[in-house]
Design a protein around this ligand. Structure first.
Ligand SMILES: Cc1cc2nc3c(=O)[nH]c(=O)nc-3n(C[C@H](O)[C@H](O)[C@H](O)COP(=O)(O)O)c2cc1C
Length: 172
């Protein structure tokens, strides 16, 4: 899809057909979009944890108990190693959260391009999620993405609720 159409049409979808599996080739293209994301000093401090086995889906879903989320056939949890990301020498700012957010966004846009529905999730129970995916010391997780094909009769809202450009742009 053309880039501007893609970002215009993308909207968060919280409605998945649990019976529709996502092909490995499709998942690999989405994961590869995350791999191609830029990161500070090109450190690529991430791991994309693809959750699709019944056991692990059940454990991860327990960390975010929303009805719609229980239907997602696939979840990508993006973890990062904060000892591998770039740190600004002067003040110690660590770019890990920024790096991981860009990778997630790349994958969510790729999912849209594949005709999938996706939802970015941060309101999870951190401890439960960390345990479910076996998060190691030094590793952090800020977000995960639920992926799934929407039901056949699903219609997007077509609404973009955004502030006007002149409210968010400051020209100096
Ligand atoms: C950083 C971030 C965290 C989010 N966390 C959640 C979440 O935990 N649960 C949820 O249902 N939606 C979550 N969302 C989806 C937002 O609510 C949604 O992107 C926003 O309302 C704009 O709608 P749109 O994506 O359809 O344009 C998150 C989005 C972002 C970017």
């Amino acid at each position: 899809m053309e880039y501007y159409n893609l970002i215009e049409n993308r909207e968060t979808i919280r409605n998945y057909d649990a019976t529709k599996k996502i092909d490995d080739e499709v998942l690999n293209r989405i994961l590869n979009a995350g791999r191609l994301a830029p990161s500070a000093s090109n450190r690529q401090p991430w791991t994309f944890v693809l959750v699709s086995s019944h056991k692990k889906l059940t454990e991860v879903k327990a960390a975010y108990q929303r009805e719609w989320f229980q239907k997602a056939p696939c979840i990508i949890v993006v973890t990062g190693d904060k000892t591998k990301s770039w740190v600004r020498p002067k003040d110690g700012y660590n770019s890990i959260e920024t790096d991981l957010a860009i990778a997630v966004d790349h994958m969510i846009l790729a999912a849209e391009n594949e005709g999938l529905g996706a939802c970015w999730i941060i309101a999870f129970d951190y401890e439960l999620l960390a345990k479910a995916i076996g998060l190691k010391e030094n590793e952090v997780v800020y977000s995960m993405a639920a992926l799934g094909y929407p039901p056949d009769d699903f219609k997007k809202t077509g609404r973009k609720i955004r502030k006007p450009l002149d409210e968010v742009v400051k020209r100096i």
